[in-house]
Design a protein around this ligand. Structure first.
Ligand SMILES: [Zn+2]
Length: 254
């Protein structure tokens, strides 16, 4: 197919020479794609100023003849996640999520669930209908799940002992093993250990399993939220293999 069209969320834009831009999108039809937008840098009129972060566009692309990068032919606004660009804090969260998608999602493989997750979270953030901290926990938990790295929170990753039967108010969370470990299994030394309260482990598990709108109504007190952020923002880079630049920025802003 030489031409394709799809809703697509803009992830990143990069200058390419004096006239063009390279745009990375998460598209519904083709997954993560990079396309060239000719003359978009020289003339804002070419794409009516639409190629800006935190928007969902309807794009039409022409596949290049020699296996090169597809060329962006047309773009129209589908949905702008209003409010994000004008708010430093929301920009920091949205940049973090889009960087995760840009850096982690395999290109040219449709990922409709990740597309819907990012769309839902950017919309919830921009519309202000849920706490940005909570939306970010939801994004990270579900993104990790879809990427095959969901943390194990219901039972010890070593022996399968259920969380309810592990004694103590808090349990060890082992980044390398990918979840909580009981006292017996945590006897060996490990560098990548944190502690997590029982309540926080349960909430993280619920936030992944519940319907998204129900998950957005979960209550986290300030301590649980700080704990959830600390765990998720350590676990995600650990499995990504590097700390996203935007996560450093997010921590500074927060
Ligand atoms: Zn165990």
């Amino acid at each position: 197919m030489l031409c394709f069209s799809s809703p697509a969320i803009l992830l990143r834009r990069t200058d390419y020479g004096d006239y063009d831009l390279i745009i990375s999108f998460l598209s519904l039809a083709r997954g993560r794609i990079s396309v060239i937008a000719k003359n978009a840098k020289k003339s804002r009129k070419r794409f009516s100023g639409l190629l800006e972060p935190f928007a969902k566009l309807d794009i039409v692309c022409r596949a290049s003849r020699r296996n090169g990068m597809p060329v962006l032919q047309e773009a129209a606004m589908n949905h702008v996640y209003a409010g994000i660009r004008g708010d430093l804090f929301e920009t920091a969260y949205a940049s973090y999520w889009t960087e995760l998608v840009h850096g982690w999602v395999e290109p040219y493989r449709p990922q409709p669930e990740i597309f819907r997750l990012l769309d839902y979270c950017l919309d919830a953030l921009g519309s202000g209908r849920a706490s940005p901290h909570l939306v970010s926990i939801l994004f990270q938990m579900r993104f990790l799940g879809l990427a095959g790295f969901a943390p194990h929170l219901d039972a010890c990753v070593g022996c399968g002992l259920p969380l309810e039967r592990i004694p103590g108010g808090s349990v060890v969370f082992d980044l390398a093993k990918g979840g909580i470990v009981c006292n017996g299994c945590s006897a060996e030394q490990g560098r990548f250990r944190m502690t997590i309260s029982r309540g926080c482990a349960k909430r993280l598990s619920w936030i992944r399993g519940y319907d998204a709108n129900a998950a957005m109504r979960l209550r986290f007190d300030a301590r649980s939220m700080a704990e959830a952020q600390r765990i998720m923002e350590a676990f995600v880079p650990y499995h990504l293999g590097r700390v996203p630049k935007s996560l450093k920025f997010l921590k500074d802003v927060r």
